[in-house]
Design a protein around this ligand. Sequence first.
Ligand SMILES: Nc1nc2c(c(=O)[nH]1)N[C@H]1C(S)=C(S)[C@@H](COP(=O)(O)OP(=O)(O)OC[C@H]3O[C@@H](n4cnc5c(=O)[nH]c(N)nc54)[C@H](O)[C@@H]3O)O[C@H]1N2
Ligand SMILES: Nc1nc2c(c(=O)[nH]1)N[C@H]1C(S)=C(S)[C@@H](COP(=O)(O)OP(=O)(O)OC[C@H]3O[C@@H](n4cnc5c(=O)[nH]c(N)nc54)[C@H](O)[C@@H]3O)O[C@H]1N2
Ligand code: SF4
Ligand SMILES: [Mo]
Length: 695
Amino acid sequence: MNTATEKPGSSTIVIGACPHDCPDTCSLATTVENGVAVRVNGNAAHPHTAGVLCTKVSRYTERTYHPDRLLYPLKRTGPKGSGQFERVSWEEALNDIAERLRVIASRGPAAAQAIQPYSYAGTMGLVQGESMAARFFNKLGASFLDRTICASAGGEGLTQTLGGKVGMRVEFFAESKLILIWGSNAIASSVHFWRHAQAAKRNGAKLICIDPRRSETADKCHEHIALLPGTDAALALAIMHELIQHDWLDHDYLDQHTLGWDLLRERALQWSPERAAVICGIPVDQIRSLAKDYGTCAMQGEPVAIRMNYGLQRVRGGGNAVRAIACLPAMVGAWRHRAGGVLLSSSGMFPVDREALQRNDLLNGRTPRTINMATIGDDLLRPASASFGPAIEALIVYNSNPVAVAPESAKVVQGFSRQDLFTVVLEHFQTDTADYADYVLPATTQLEHWDVHLSYGHTDVLLNRPAIAPVGEAKPNTEIFRELALRMQFNEACFRENDLSLCRTAYGKLVDFEKLLSQGFASLQVPEAPFAHGNFPTLSGKCEFFSARLAGEGKDGLPDHVPNYEAFGTSAHFPLAMISPPARNFLNSTFVNVTSLRDIEGEPLLEIHAQDAQTRGIQSGSIVRVYNLRGEYRCRVQISRRARAGVVVGLGIWWRKLGMDGKNVNEVTSQRLTDMGRAPTFYDCLVEVEAISKD
Ligand SMILES: Nc1nc2c(c(=O)[nH]1)N[C@H]1C(S)=C(S)[C@@H](COP(=O)(O)OP(=O)(O)OC[C@H]3O[C@@H](n4cnc5c(=O)[nH]c(N)nc54)[C@H](O)[C@@H]3O)O[C@H]1N2
Ligand SMILES: Nc1nc2c(c(=O)[nH]1)N[C@H]1C(S)=C(S)[C@@H](COP(=O)(O)OP(=O)(O)OC[C@H]3O[C@@H](n4cnc5c(=O)[nH]c(N)nc54)[C@H](O)[C@@H]3O)O[C@H]1N2
Ligand code: SF4
Ligand SMILES: [Mo]
């Protein structure tokens, strides 16, 4: 009944869960000797992990015991951003923070909205994420945060079409005969899915990668379609066009399990491959042959699968692109097979009891405003007004590093620099964001606290046991909010619930907690081919090509190509389309300060096509200035076959202070939002690049 197994000597193995924002959600096996975590391995007993971790997390002990770990609460002594702090006691820090928040909230319900939580997926844990923190902010009546920075455009697109964040089971990709890897560098960002794709390849499957960048994954696929960023919906519609023209359709599936086929058919017939080829910047034959592969493979009764990922929805039309792609499997009846369909995210399959974790009843009838995390730059600079409400006066950041990861850094930095803003940052490290804090509070890592997880790549629930005692004076996020609640005289019993109990609360009776305790994971009961007979979680129970809900909101009820705000070829001054996908050895901005991993990545890098370099007189290896009207930053340039003509790739997300000029790629990204889901448009960004030295 205990996953902490005693080994000879004093060595123990503790089963946990990888906390990172990665679809794989691995089960961790941490070896602890004399209270010290000496090694973190993949748990061989967990089928999805299969004993393997990525390079980043295999170095977890290096991160946990990093000499720069925050060990004590800190109070700012120098100007904001300078990183000058002094050690203070928890008592002093918590008392002062509680008093500052109490003063703001005591001005009345509207004033409490001047307090703003800011958090994302530094940990994906349901307990160290939004449980005690949400209760605390609900009771305060603080502003809500719209957590849009990553996935909400695609999430919304998928939900409009399939009814939720649901899809194929990842393990069955191993049996597919054709896999489209669409907007995903799986080798870098979802290596356990990649294992299944390789198994399929060994069984004769064809792999096609659809990505503007010739990624590590594209290298290993049979074909690579290097379309321009933000043109995926045009490509999907042209595939539909071909499926219709050649009657590569499953009419029975269309009749029984889809909604709006006639309308979609009409829309798709407007998208000839010739038309799409111009928009996508690819040969027309490539579109024809892609459609033929997809259509004929499906018509032969073979399973065809699409692994979409979030890389393609960080553009203006991101929601529409996901909608268009999510329509394809229903057209050819791919869902009939367990190895057919599409997977973007499986997180909607988990029966998380968010109400119990977050306790919205504590709002007591109040309905605070919502601030979008993607526009934190603008919102921090907004004065009080009738429409906005009070200016943001206090910001509590946890599980996120907005100064590095939010778009349009110049605005974000200006906002965080405001002298009248009171900022608290819960962190493991002195990040770019922590540099702007009034108080920095040391948080525990996954090896030091309890948590329970869902996954957005597979369908197992994972439990994380603490393997070691907190390092230094670090405390779990939950404990920090519990202690603040105590000081603010929040007397409800829910503020005393401990972390193990919160782990139980997360799924209530819907997941066998004893099994989680004994084995570390528990599989959801999900059908092998969930939509073989329709049963989509939409209102109609069908795959909704046409969305009455969107049409009711005055929007296009059908998916369409929505051009980028900053579409390629529309600006003479900024002719290059820039994308900034993750570097393989970082996880967003996490791990950038882990020396062994940073050494592999080297320096902030910009990949550019030889032709684009030549016309600008740029030598490979020189330092360049990347700029547009929003800002500029410097990095090393590499003439690379990974970049297609017209597109530059700035791998992210470096800490600003570890970059070349104290800045990073988000200097040039914009705060404009996607068509659906209110998400940022990181990859919808035109720039110019200029050589500044040859060293
Ligand atoms: N190693 C590593 N793994 C990670 C992360 C990380 O930072 N590092 N981040 C994690 C997070 S937060 C997330 S959300 C997931 C993301 O998961 P993915 O979306 O699979 O992540 P990426 O590796 O960024 O893959 C995105 C790919 O999309 C491509 N792309 C960019 N624009 C377009 C476009 O317009 N159309 C198409 N078709 N492709 C486009 C990029 O070139 C890139 O190769 O990965 C997670 N895993
Ligand atoms: N240009 C560009 N910008 C991007 C992206 C891109 O592709 N290009 N990707 C976007 C995407 S997909 C995402 S998801 C966001 C990611 O943005 P964030 O969610 O902010 O992710 P990270 O940069 O990894 O920062 C997470 C921080 O949380 C801290 N942390 C981890 N665990 C804990 C904990 O238990 N307690 C506390 N208190 N802190 C903890 C870590 O130390 C780390 O500093 O960035 C977005 N920004
Ligand atoms: S980051 Fe992803 S692949 Fe790496 S250990 Fe965590 S869940 Fe597994
Ligand atoms: Mo993300």
